[in-house]
Design a binder for this molecule. Structure first.
Ligand code: ZN
Length: 240
C-alpha cells in the first residue's frame, strides 16, 4: 500500500521547508512502515536515522530529537594581543578532522568541528558561500553577517559599511578568527598568504565568546540580514 501521510518529526529536521508530507509504503496492520520516501535519511540537526511508526493515520519519528530547537554553539577565544586575524582559512596552523564525528552536513557535525577548532585556539564557523563581513556593533561586541543589497535600488543594508572591519572571502565557506600573535607563534606567516586574503583588526585584549547560529531551527540564510555569529568580550586581559 502506498499512501501520502503527514510526518510527525518529533523535533527532528527531516523535511525540506514548506512540506510536511511523505510517501509511505506499508502493509495493512503493521506498526512499522516498509519505506518512507520524501524525508532525509537522517536528521539534519542531530544526524540520527529515525525509526518510523504508523499511528492515527500519520507516520511518526519514534524517538524525539535531542536538539529540537537546533544547536547554538558557543566557544571562547583568548585574544591577549588585541590583534585578531580574520579570514576564511587558517588551517595552515589550526586544523582538525572535519569528518571525525557526526556528518559534517548536520548541525551536530558542524558544532563538533566548531568546538574542536576552538580547543586549538581558532574560532571557526560555517557560513556557506556568503562572503560575510565582520562588523562592530558595540564597544567590544561584533557580528559576522551578510547583508542583502537590492541591486536596483541599492536599498537596505541594515549594517552600515563604515562599521565593517573585515570582509571574509569564503573560498572555504567559513570564517576563522584567531589571536594574530598566537597564529604567528604557531608558524603562521603573513607574507606567505595572498594579498587581501586576511585582515588583522585591533580589538580590546580579552576573552571573547563567539555564539554561532547556523544550526538553529530559526536560522534563515535567505534573510536580508543574516547574522551568522555574535562576538562579545566576556573578560578583559589580563584577567583581574
Ligand atoms: Zn534530530
Amino acid at each position: 500500500m502506498i499512501t501520502t501521510m503527514r510526518l510527525n518529526n518529533n523535533g527532528h529536521h527531516l523535511l525540506r521547508k514548506g512540506t510536511d508530507e511523505v510517501t509511505v509504503i506499508s502493509e495493512p496492520g503493521k506498526e512499522r512502515p516498509d519505506f518512507v520516501q520524501g524525508a532525509y535519511s537522517a536528521c539534519a540537526v542531530c544526524d540520527e536515522q529515525p525509526t518510523y511508526v504508523l499511528r492515527d493515520g500519520e507516520v511518526h519519528a519514534q524517538d524525539p530529537c535531542a536538539h529540537p530547537m537546533g544547536i547554538t554553539t558557543e566557544v571562547t577565544l583568548d585574544v591577549p594581543s588585541g590583534k585578531l586575524i580574520v579570514t576564511d582559512d587558517l588551517r595552515d596552523v589550526y586544523d582538525t578532522d572535519f569528518f571525525a564525528g557526526a556528518d559534517y552536513n548536520t548541525a551536530l557535525g558542524q558544532a563538533q568541528v566548531i568546538q574542536a577548532m576552538a580547543a586549538l585556539g581558532c574560532a571557526f564557523g560555517p557560513v556557506g558561500n556568503s562572503c560575510p563581513g565582520l562588523y562592530r556593533n558595540g564597544a567590544d561586541t561584533y557580528v559576522i553577517a551578510s547583508v542583502y543589497v537590492d541591486e536596483d535600488t541599492d536599498d537596505a543594508p541594515a549594517l552600515p559599511e563604515p562599521d565593517r572591519l573585515a570582509r571574509i572571502c569564503t573560498d572555504l565557506w567559513a570564517y576563522m578568527l584567531a589571536d594574530f600573535e598566537d597564529w604567528k607563534a604557531k608558524g603562521g606567516t603573513p607574507q606567505g598568504r595572498m594579498l587581501g586574503d586576511h585582515t588583522v583588526i585591533d580589538v580590546p585584549p580579552g576573552t571573547y565568546k563567539i555564539t554561532h547560529h547556523t544550526g538553529e531551527h530559526s536560522f534563515d540564510r535567505d534573510a536580508d540580514l543574516v547574522e551568522f555569529a555574535h562576538i562579545e568580550r566576556i573578560a578583559p586581559f589580563p584577567a583581574p
